[in-house]
Design a protein around this ligand. Structure first.
Ligand code: SF4
Length: 363
């Protein structure tokens, strides 16, 4: 067999899988493993090209944009090894309690000025339970919803009671961010103060309350490609609608401060694999984008991403929003601030249950 005919095999298999996904089919774990294991540059570019076609088929030229505000910073009781807000580590990250109405309204006004339709309230704490803090959180959500300036989203940690999720829904919350962060297998390597199951249960309560789910994770923590594959399939099973892909930005003072950064092409390959596995979801490139991808940032769309976290992240800086908007214009893509196309995601993906929920990214 000639070298040329050997090269044709991955190309042909990629074309078969890509076409199947575009026609509404799904990839199996074994097929996804093939995608993650591609290691020749020509094959990886072929993978990106098919991921781009899948994105274009399901999302057109729209790119969803999200923004967040740090509603309670630092001093978190949890020990997530990537996080500068954990009280376990000395990072110099800011600390303050849950914010008053005024900064929330300011964030909503700023969002409105930039054409952003949703602002996610993100809090650095273990989770939310019934009591005065839940009342205050619901007040902030209700105030933002009533102002009409921005749709309130939130990422407020673990929820153990269905009633808490219902209260958030009643206050006007549409979408909740709760990342799985990694695979079930890798999770204990970055967090031991709560479990992967705690996170899945939170998502279940939110879905039962009718709240959309934004859930993804962080790559580049030392996990294997099998961990990334497992996380993507779990996200497919739980019906996440928005899937944030964060890339570790090692923060001095955290246990992951010396983790070797992922090569940019590996990041793009991972995004492309996610697009094959999660063809209708919003795949959102979030924290760590600028520092890890550098000049390759605009290639995330070629790799199948359909959404961007814009504005600053929780504790690290992003590039200015104007620069992101210019990047989209240069690529012929349209910013879409409206919604995440939840309705379009309701069709079943292959043999998976219908998408119904999701959550935003916390880094
Ligand atoms: S990721 Fe969230 S739960 Fe974990 S330490 Fe940071 S703020 Fe706390």
């Amino acid at each position: 067999m000639s070298v040329r005919s050997l090269d044709a095999l991955p190309r042909q298999r990629l074309a078969e899988l890509g076409q199947r996904v575009i026609e509404g089919g799904s990839v199996s774990r074994e097929e996804a493993a093939f995608l993650f294991q591609l290691n020749q540059p020509a094959d990886i570019f072929d993978l990106l090209s098919w991921a781009n076609r899948i994105r274009e088929h399901f999302k057109g030229n729209k790119v969803h944009l999200c923004s967040i505000v740090n509603a309670k910073a630092g001093g978190c009781s949890e020990n997530c090894s990537f996080c500068s807000q954990s009280s376990f580590y000395q990072t110099g990250s800011p600390k303050y309690g849950f914010i008053d109405p005024e900064p929330v309204q300011n964030a909503a006004e700023e969002a409105q000025r930039h054409g952003v339709t949703a602002v996610g309230l993100v809090a650095a704490w273990k989770g939310l339970q019934e009591g005065p803090m839940l009342d205050e959180v619901c007040d902030r959500i209700r105030e933002m919803a009533q102002s009409g300036k921005a749709r309130p989203d939130a990422s407020l940690g673990i929820i153990k009671s269905p009633r808490v999720a219902e209260r958030l829904k009643e206050a006007g919350l549409e979408c909740y961010g709760h990342n799985l962060e990694s695979s079930r297998r890798f999770f204990p390597k970055h967090c031991t103060t709560h479990t992967f199951e705690d996170r899945l249960q939170t998502i279940q309560h939110l879905k039962s309350a009718g709240i959309k789910i934004c859930s993804g994770g962080i790559i580049g923590m030392g996990e294997t490609w099998e961990d990334r594959l497992d996380m993507a399939f779990t996200l497919r099973e739980i019906g996440a609608n928005v899937v944030p892909v964060n890339i570790l930005n090692p923060i001095p003072g955290t246990p992951f401060e010396n983790v070797t950064p992922l090569p940019p092409m590996e990041i793009l390959q991972t995004i492309a694999c996610f697009r094959f596995i999660l063809p209708r979801q919003e795949i959102m490139v979030a924290g760590g984008r600028t520092v890890n991808l550098r000049d390759l940032q605009s290639m995330v769309f070629l790799a199948g991403a359909s959404a961007l976290m814009v504005g600053n992240y929780l504790t690290t800086l992003n590039q200015p929003i104007e620069k992101d908007l210019q990047m989209l214009r240069d690529l012929g893509l349209d910013p879409d601030w409206d919604n995440h196309g939840f309705a379009d995601q309701s069709a079943p993906i292959g043999s998976c249950p219908p998408a119904a929920a999701r959550e935003p990214a916390v880094v």
